[in-house]
Design a protein. Structure first.
Length: 142
């Protein structure tokens, strides 16, 4: 357990793993920011509702942002409260892998789930414009 909890020395901070870590988390953060502000963009916008895309990208931004924070602490070699340990970087990577696996599972469910068939494009547009039936409102007597 000493490898994970030891603070790396001056020569151990930059390496191939830290470069791959930086690329993975920076790209993940930028993609999640893009889809947070544009949830209707394909391919995500055609599969999921905007609210669910926003919720998922919020989670992704937190995970990728935490990973970038711990990488920055390690590269700057500041160790407040033990944040420079390798353990935090590995935990963030594990959280990102689990998060991406859950997102892939949900995307698979959305792609293979039952779909409503409206027939022609004209019927599809009519189905979106259709108003729900009005429910009777019971009037109160005063």
């Amino acid at each position: 357990m000493g490898y994970l909890t030891d603070v790396p020395g001056a020569n151990d901070t930059v390496g191939p793993f830290s470069f791959l870590y930086l690329v993975f988390f920076a790209v993940g953060f930028l993609v999640s920011c893009y889809y947070y502000y544009r949830p209707w963009q394909p391919p995500v916008g055609r599969l999921f509702r905007r609210k669910s895309v926003r919720k998922a990208t919020t989670i992704a931004m937190w995970v990728f942002g935490a990973g970038l924070f711990f990488l920055g602490v390690r590269l700057l070699q500041v160790n407040p409260f033990g944040f420079g340990m390798r353990l935090w970087m590995y935990l963030c990577f594990l959280a990102a892998v689990i998060m991406l696996a859950v997102f892939a599972w949900e995307a698979r469910k959305a792609l293979t789930g039952p779909r409503l068939d409206y027939g022609s494009p004209r019927d599809r547009v009519a189905a979106y414009r259709r108003q729900p039936p009005r429910r009777p409102v019971k009037r109160r007597r005063v």
